[in-house]
Design a protein around this ligand. Structure first.
Ligand SMILES: [Fe+2]
Length: 241
C-alpha cells in the first residue's frame, strides 16, 4: 500500500460532518498501540505476565474481528448502494486482515505452549508480526477515513449516517459496549468525548451508563474526567490511587 502522505484528491477530512470511522478508529489505534507495547515487554519466564499479555492480545484480535464484521455489514453496504464496488479496496483489506488475525492467534498459541527456552524467539516473532499487522491497519484506516468517508459524505446527510451508526451500536452486547468505551473514550479529545458520552447517556439505561463511566474513569486523567463530568452536567468526583 502507498505510504506517502502527499495530498490526494480524495484524501480529505471534514470535521464538521458525522464521521462513522473516527471514534472507533481512535479506539483501535489506542488498543493496538497499547497491546503492541504490552507484547513487546512480555517476561517469557513469568507465566502470569505472559498470560496477561496474551489475554490482552486475544481481546485485541477479537475486537478487530468484530470491527471488520461491523464495517462489512453496515458501512460497506451503505457505500456500495450508492457506488457499486466503492468499498472493494477496503473489503479486500478486510479479507487479508482476517487471515493475519488467524496467523497471530496461532503464533500466540505456539508461544503459550512452548518450553521456556523457546519462548524468547517466539515472543519476538509475535511482536514483529503484530507490529506489521498494526502498520497495515493504520494504512487501511487512513483510506477509510478519507476515500470511504468522501463517498459517504457525498451521498448521505448526517442524519442518515447517524441512523447507520445507531443500527450498528444496537447490535453490541453490553460487554462489547464496555470494551469499546474502555479504549475509545480515553482516546478522544475532550470535545469528542463529551459528544460521544452525551449521546450514550441519552440512549442507555442509567445503570448501564454508570458502568461505562466506571470503566473509563481509571483511564482518564483528572483534567479529562472533570471536563467530561462538566459536559454531562454531573459533579466531578476524582478518585486518587
Ligand atoms: Fe476497516
Amino acid at each position: 500500500m502507498n505510504t506517502t502522505l502527499a495530498p490526494r484528491p480524495a484524501a480529505t477530512v471534514n470535521a464538521s460532518r458525522v464521521d462513522l470511522y473516527m471514534p472507533i478508529h481512535k479506539a483501535m489505534r489506542n488498543f493496538m498501540a497499547d497491546t503492541l507495547l504490552r507484547v513487546g515487554r512480555i517476561d517469557v519466564f513469568d507465566d502470569e505476565d505472559m498470560h496477561q499479555a496474551l489475554v490482552q492480545l486475544d481481546e485485541l484480535l477479537h475486537f478487530c474481528t468484530a470491527h471488520i464484521r461491523h464495517e462489512n455489514e453496515f458501512i460497506h453496504p451503505a457505500i456500495e448502494s450508492q457506488m457499486p464496488t466503492g468499498a472493494s479496496r477496503t473489503a479486500e483489506d478486510h479479507d487479508t486482515h482476517i487471515e493475519s488475525i488467524e496467523v497471530l492467534h496461532n503464533q500466540a498459541l505456539a508461544l503459550r505452549a512452548a518450553r521456556p527456552e523457546s519462548r524468547g524467539t517466539l515472543a519476538q516473532r509475535l511482536y514483529r508480526h503484530l507490529a506489521l499487522f498494526i502498520a497495515e491497519n493504520h494504512q487501511h484506516m487512513h483510506v477509510e477515513e478519507t476515500s470511504n468517508n468522501a463517498v459517504l459524505w457525498s451521498h448521505y446527510a448526517d442524519d442518515d449516517l447517524r441512523e447507520v451508526q445507531c443500527r450498528l451500536l444496537d447490535t453490541l452486547a453490553p460487554a462489547e459496549h464496555l470494551r469499546m468505551a474502555r479504549w475509545m473514550v480515553p482516546a478522544l479529545s475532550p470535545a469528542e468525548r463529551a459528544g460521544f458520552m452525551s449521546g450514550l447517556q441519552a440512549r442507555m439505561a442509567p445503570d448501564a451508563f454508570q458502568a461505562v463511566l466506571d470503566t473509563v474513569q481509571p483511564h482518564l486523567d483528572s483534567s479529562g474526567w472533570i471536563k467530561l463530568m462538566r459536559a454531562l452536567g454531573r459533579t466531578a468526583i476524582v478518585k486518587y490511587a
